[in-house]
Design a protein around this ligand. Structure first.
Ligand code: COA
Ligand code: AMP
Length: 631
């Protein structure tokens, strides 16, 4: 019987043959003979001599294997009252036509295409169409503002943008086209064309010569075949928050992503081809890329594309309805979704209305999973609830439990043990190993396994300096935690200015840049305070210019609106207060951790280096006026 420990061991000690063996499970135009090119660390290249295509592995392969009539995707949209299964053959045909249309617009292998679409089948088709012809997609989440889209347009310089006229949030329609028009106006780079899907909920006005209607364009398109690409050809760029306002363009290559994602479906999630798999996330995030689109399709599963929320569409039974109607075997979501359900239906009354017998496991990721939420889910669902730890950079889990190999005992609060290829360590600030149970920086020894990011788009120096410099020959995850006596990993907090709001990764630095741009703000700080529902929420503190004459509450409302306009509603920036001064060390560093402890109502010590302790009393007083600490 295969067990976890020898597999993990072999992935490190017998690295090349382990990963070459896994590579035989995917389709290649040219099979690789070399596992790893490590000649230019930290720019490692897996399967450097191979050639493959992600769209072929996701669609055509299964049709050739007789799966053409199986639903590849089930679109379930409570916000539009739609349910639509799409078979592998139907999806492949639509994708091939979309790819043909992109080719007609001059898109070639290596060209970038931005996809700005909500959770609709055309978003998945757009991604796969790019992969089909070797174009590099970059999906931008709909909850970001025009400015964030503009930054991404300038960074990845797309030839074409694929968009929809709107997204639908409970209670409101979010018109995408005005945001897209504004973003293109703000950006220096101008795309050759925008192809826009008109949804009936909002009609986009089109700019003649630049904008084209999706349906008309598709009607005249001839299907495109898959283009073989080198293993290390970029499949996509996905921007994620760093410590500054400039997001990081995480680059995923093609072959490593296919090999690693396909392996995880059986071995981590316990999924067999044909099973229904549901990742309740968004295609704009890494979980959506990996587990709504690519991995389930690489493995011949049926993936659920859910355009709705855990609550309010229409009630906290929404997830149970989807599971029972589509016979979902594996559900993957963020703990915050379960906290939202638990808050509205603490006794699990809605669960009783549905047959959940198809469900075999629940996987949670995206943020630390608090043991209460894990216990609630376990008690009510009666299936293993598995926390696993992930990053946009890694593309799949760094630590997980292995439902398809050996389900290790679950320890609440721990995402269990390292995935194959991860030699994880906990290091102190001098780079020495921490003792068992001692908190330090979580790092992985180089090289990272296949499927992890190969560089940052346009920023290879930042790739090296942000991730591989603090601890030489190691990848710095940016998370702090510890490893216990049984080898279980515990991820406790970020070591940088990144916060996690409802499973979404956001930069406090980026928010500070926006606050600082307000003419009345002299200085500011943003920190992530604990929140029962969303895990963390940003809280801003403003010091106003001495000559400011404006009403403080007007300034607060203005900066809230500014963050919404510049970053987007997804930042959930609503709590802000004016203070006289910010607490700093004698060398001028703002004491964010101490302010966070005050906001959270946890114990804190007077920092020895503080320049003026009285300021902390003022901060405590100010935070109390906006309800912190929460009782
Ligand atoms: N397009 C436009 N706006 C969006 C959006 C999108 N795709 N997604 C979210 N927003 C907006 C929301 O409408 C909301 O705006 P508001 O301030 O006007 O209310 C704001 O961004 C914050 O959204 P959200 O974080 O979704 O909070 P919420 O209060 O609307 O819902 C939860 C709370 C817990 C139900 C929700 O966060 C959720 O479903 N979380 C699951 C997390 C998840 O899937 N994470 C992915 C990683 S695995
Ligand atoms: P993202 O890149 O948006 O997926 O966010 C990655 C970050 O989310 C990680 O660096 C962690 O800080 C956090 N995270 C994701 N999954 C977990 C988990 N299971 N436990 C703790 N933190 C997590």
């Amino acid at each position: 019987m295969s067990t976890y420990a020898p597999i993990h061991e072999a992935s490190l000690s017998d690295r090349d043959s382990f990963w070459l063996d896994l590579a035989t499970h995917i389709h290649w135009y040219k099979a690789p003979r070399i596992a790893l090119d490590d000649s230019q660390p930290p720019f490692y290249r897996w399967y450097p001599d191979g050639q493959t295509n992600a769209c072929y592995n996701a669609l055509d392969l299964h049709i050739n294997d007789g799966r053409g009539d199986q639903p590849a995707l089930i679109y379930d949209s409570p916000v539009t009252d739609t349910q639509q299964p799409i078979t592998y053959t139907e999806l492949r045909d639509e994708v091939a036509r979309t790819a043909g249309r992109l080719a007609d617009r001059g898109v070639e292998k290596g060209d970038r295409v931005i996809i700005y679409m909500p959770m609709i089948p055309q978003a998945v088709m757009a991604m796969l169409a790019c992969a089909r012809i070797g174009a590099v997609h970059s999906v931008v989440f709909g909850g970001f503002a025009a400015n964030e889209l503009a930054v991404r347009i300038d960074d990845c310089t797309p030839r074409v943008i694929l968009a929809a006229s709107c997204g639908i949030e409970p209670g409101r329609t979010v018109e995408y086209k005005p945001l897209l028009d504004k973003a293109i106006e703000l950006a220096n780079h101008k795309p050759h064309a925008c192809v826009v899907l008109q949804r009936p909920q909002a009609e986009a006005s089109m700019i003649s010569g630049r904008d084209f209607d999706w349906e008309t364009a598709l009607a005249s398109a001839s299907p495109a075949e898959c283009v073989p690409v080198e293993s290390n050809h970029p499949l996509y760029i996905l921007y994620t928050s760093g410590t500054t306002g400039m997001p990081k363009g995480v680059v995923r290559d093609t072959a490593g992503g296919i090999v690693s994602l396909k392996w995880t479906m059986k071995n981590i999630y316990g999924a067999e081809p044909g099973d229904v798999y549901w990742a309740a996330s968004d295609v704009g995030w890494v979980v959506g890329h990996s587990y709504i689109v690519y991995a389930p399709l690489f493995h011949g599963n049926t993936t659920v594309l859910y355009e709705g929320k855990p609550v309010g569409t229409p009630d906290p039974g929404a997830f149970w309805r989807v599971i029972s109607e589509h016979k979902v075997k594996t559900l993957f979501t963020a703990p915050t979704a379960f906290r939202a359900i638990k808050k509205e239906d603490p006794e699990g009354e809605f669960l009783k209305k549905y047959d959940l017998s198809s469900l075999q496991s629940l996987f949670l990721a995206g943020e630390r999973c608090d043991p209460d939420t894990l216990a609630w889910a376990q008690n009510h669902l009666g299936v293993p609830v598995i926390d696993h730890w992930w990053q946009t950079e890694t593309g799949s889990s760094i630590c997980a439990n292995y439902a398809g190999i050996e389900l290790l005992p679950i320890k609440p609060g721990s995402p269990t043990k390292p995935a194959p290829g991860y030699h994880l360590k906990v290091l102190d600030s001098n780079g020495n190993d921490c003792k068992t149970g001692e908190i330090g920086a979580l790092v992985a020894e180089n090289p990272l396994p296949p499927g992890t990011f190969t560089t940052l788009w346009n920023a290879p120096e930042r790739y090296e300096s942000a991730y591989f410099t603090t601890f030489p020959n190691h990848y710095e995850t940016g998370d702090a935690g510890y490893i216990d006596e049984d080898g279980y990993v515990f991820v406790m907090a970020r070591t940088d200015d990144v916060i996690n709001v409802a499973g979404h990764r956001l930069s406090t630095g980026a928010m500070e840049e926006v606050l600082a741009s307000h003419p009345d703000v002299a200085e500011c700080a943003v920190m992530g305070a604990a929140d029962d529902l969303k895990g963390q929420l940003p809280v801003g503190l403003l010091v106003l210019n001495a000559n400011s004459t404006k009403n403080e509450s007007d300034i607060c409302s203005e900066v809230v609106q500014l963050v919404r306009d510049e970053i987007g509603p997804v930042a959930a920036f609503k709590n802000v207060v004016v203070v006289k001064r910010l607490p700093k060390t004698r060398s001028g560093k703002i004491l964010r951790a101490t302010m966070r402890a005050i906001a959270d109502g946890t114990d804190w010590k007077m920092p020895a280096t503080i320049d003026d302790p009285v300021i902390l009393d003022e901060i405590t007083e100010a935070l109390s006026t906006i309800g912190y600490p929460k009782s």
